[in-house]
Design a protein around this ligand. Structure first.
Ligand code: ADP
Ligand code: MG
Length: 703
């Protein structure tokens, strides 16, 4: 019996279509076949309910038709006019040009990609409604590739009564398709009495009303909606934060109710390790190792968050803990968010622990089948004590004989749910100790609120001898000087990064941009050995490129932002970030953290495309003057505009869909109180809200 049948037990017998519920798979909706469902899965949408919480990332205002004589370049507007002329212009780029006129003035619509059918629809005298950005063209104002509709009569092309929600998409799904599916999901939710229950202690509007406002914004207060301070937005983000608080509380309670392996060997292991290290551990590193040693010896499972700015040396701390664990005869595993980082950690750990006769095993999702099976069986037999793998892998079938400690590095996208799964990886009855490492700087008090289930350690000291990375912002008109500088640095025996950025999420476009830059730089700097790494390379190629850079075979590494997290090549002393104005502060800080890792003075060149907008200017200024990750995070918060946050997939932290833990920090304390009340008085509701926002409710429920 498959899942669908379980949900509609009578169907098989009666042949009738089972009622679609929020828990049913999306394929039960009109317009969602298996192909669409597969695409939706990429957006984490599997059940009807998931559609409800796939919120618009922004709104477009198509509520007013702007007269053509009032248009200004740069504005995104809805216009309407009669087709006055149409032609196909040949030239360097073939384009379809459609002149429209609304009696007051005219506008040119221009299409570079078009088909015959499209062309034929623009008959003189018909009406066109178009939405797009107005720009100054060679012969007056124009709109390139607007979204448009054509009809015989203007009355058939009215403005929209509501704001138009724009959803995060994947290729192969259109806004329209998604809107249709979400409409159906809203109907299902409206019929579901469970979904419409009052939730004690949460201010109105209720969930259903709030979702309607966000998906079909038609009423008043639309300004508030665009500014992300509408009561409906507030309600949903509070609900989400509450769900997380509930989750974390249950998780902590449940974990601490179980015994943990008693490990006394972390301090001696740390001393052993120190003997083999080429540097002295910092005071902060020693203090944190002490905190971990204490936890591991306590007989209770450790639940600890280790925070520390990029480059502060978290890896050594993890190595000491893992070594201690191995010496107690238990296994320890370090999980990295990418294959690249896993590789690198494996390499570093092997370097540190190999000298002490401790073998390091690797479990990579991209290993050949036989290789992987061999590694898995070694893990299962308990032969190798120290392991490195990726997060993705850990969710699968890997088992360890005697798992004592799990270290999670750069825990982007590693949510509470995944942490729950960890417990099942160890032998029966023993819950592995957990060390979560994060370079996302948030103030300690906030960390304690946010990770209510974790104890917090902070490394608040960089290794000595580091000089802050000298950061300059240069217009890309000065590229020549930058190239010269790279040449000097590399000829002097150092190495350089050139980071290509693109706003597009698409791997493919990013890879193209990087390849283009790579070709160009090779021509411009023929004396240098240049490498290239991006997300589209085959894993072996990527590894080879990284290794070549790590061991100095290549001097200049052209890369996409794949190198953002964790890559460690201390000899690299200069980083160029192309189009730096497009990146957010957190990302710039992470990237810059790749240089300044050795004792050499390092530089970071933020290249921008002039003219610089206000936001870009402010961000580059912060980067130029600030090096402390915590301060940068604070600026980030102040500079972030509305419209960047809602519905954005939160990378990092605890996998929230809507709430931004930093922006919404003030909401959290009252919700913590509410969470406690619910756990004692309304456990049913608690379970419902967790299921709604986090999933896996059954697991939490077995407290
Ligand atoms: P992060 O905390 O960002 O993960 P890493 O663990 O990658 O930082 O360490 C950054 C670099 O600093 C590495 O090259 C590491 O060997 C070095 N390092 C770590 N601790 C010290 C120390 N106490 N003194 C000098 N260098 C150190
Ligand atoms: Mg790291």
């Amino acid at each position: 019996m498959n899942k669908k049948e379980q949900r509609g037990p009578d169907r098989a017998r009666s042949g009738a279509k089972p009622p679609t519920t929020l828990a049913t798979g999306v394929t039960y909706l009109k317009g969602a076949g298996p192909a669409v469902a597969a695409k939706l899965r990429l957006l984490d949408i599997e059940r009807v309910q998931d559609l409800l919480f796939h919120l618009p990332s922004r709104y477009e205002d198509r509520r007013h038709i702007v007269p053509l004589n009032e248009l200004k370049a740069g504005e995104e507007v809805l216009v309407r006019g009669k087709v006055a002329a149409m032609d196909v212009r040949f030239g360097p780029r073939r384009s379809l040009r459609v002149a429209i006129d609304d009696g007051g003035s005219g506008l040119l619509l221009r299409f570079f990609h078009f088909n015959e059918l499209q062309k034929q629809s623009f008959v003189e005298g018909r009406w066109v409604r178009a939405f797009g950005t107005v720009r100054a063209g060679a012969s007056g104002l124009e709109m390139v590739h607007p979204e448009y509709r054509v009809a015989d009569d203007a009355a058939l092309l009215p403005a929209e009564p509501k704001l138009t929600p724009i959803y995060p998409l994947v290729t192969g799904i259109t806004q329209q398709r998604l809107r249709g599916l979400i409409q159906q999901a809203l109907e299902v939710a409206a019929r579901d009495p469970e979904f419409n229950l009052e939730l004690p202690g949460l201010a109105p509007p209720d969930t259903m009303t709030a979702l309607r406002v966000l998906h079909e914004p038609g009423g008043t207060d639309l300004g508030d909606l665009l500014l992300e301070r509408h009561p409906a937005q507030l309600r949903l983000l509070r609900e989400e934060l509450l769900a997380h608080q509930l989750c974390m509380r249950l998780l902590r309670r449940r974990t601490l109710a179980q015994p943990g392996a008693r490990i006394d060997s972390v301090q001696p292991a740390s001393a052993l390790l120190q003997e083999k290290l080429p540097f002295a551990l910092t005071g902060a590193q020693r203090r944190v190792i002490g905190e971990i040693a204490h936890d591991l010896a306590s007989g209770k499972p450790m639940l600890r968050l280790l925070q520390g700015d990029v480059g502060c040396g978290k890896t050594v701390v993890a190595a000491a803990a893992m070594l201690g664990c191995a010496q107690a005869g238990l296994q320890a595993v370090l999980m990295a968010p990418t294959e690249l980082l896993a590789e690198q950690h494996a390499h570093n750990l092997a370097g540190m622990l190999g000298a002490l006769g401790v073998e390091v095993g690797v479990l990579s999702g991209r290993m050949k089948k036989a290789e992987k099976e061999e590694a898995m069986s070694r893990a299962a037999r308990g032969e190798v004590k120290v392991w490195v793998g990726t997060h993705a892998l850990f969710q699968s079938e890997v088992r360890f004989a005697k798992l004592g400690l799990v270290v999670v590095d750069e825990q982007h996208r590693f949510g509470v749910g995944q942490r729950l799964a960890l417990r099942d990886k160890g032998p029966r009855g023993v819950t592995p100790h957990q060390l979560i490492m994060s370079a996302t700087p948030i103030p300690r008090t906030l960390a304690q609120t946010l990770y209510a289930d974790l104890d917090v350690s902070v490394i608040d000291e960089l290794p000595p001898g580091r000089t802050p990375v000298l950061t300059v912002a240069l217009s890309n008109e000065r590229r020549g000087e930058v190239l010269e500088r790279i040449g000097e640095v590399c000829m002097g025996g150092r190495q350089a990064y050139w980071v290509c950025t693109l706003i597009e999420e698409s791997d493919q476009l990013q890879a193209q941009a990087a390849e283009e830059t790579y070709r160009q730089l090779r021509a411009e700097l023929p004396q240098l050995r240049v490498g290239l790494v991006h997300g589209r390379l085959k894993p072996q190629e990527k590894d080879a490129q990284m290794r070549a850079f790590q061991n100095g075979a290549t001097q200049l590494l052209v890369a996409t932002t794949v190198i953002e997290v964790g890559v460690d090549v201390p000899n690299a002393s200069i980083m160029i970030i192309d189009n730096a104005e497009r990146l957010g502060l957190a990302q710039l800080h992470q990237l810059r953290g790749r240089v300044g890792r050795g004792a050499t003075a390092s530089q970071c060149v933020l290249m921008y495309q002039p003219p610089l907008g206000e936001g870009g200017k402010a961000r580059l200024e912060v980067m130029r003057t600030t090096h402390d990750g915590f301060k940068i995070a604070q600026h980030d918060l102040e500079l972030r505009g509305p419209g960047e946050l809602l519905g954005r997939k939160q990378t990092g932290l605890i996998g929230l869909k809507i709430a931004d833990p930093v922006r919404d920090a003030a909401q959290i304390p009252p919700l913590q109180k509410l969470a406690d009340q619910w756990l004692s008085k309304s456990p049913q509701e608690a379970r419902k809200v967790i299921a709604r926002w986090v999933g896996d409710a059954e697991k939490y429920a077995q407290v």
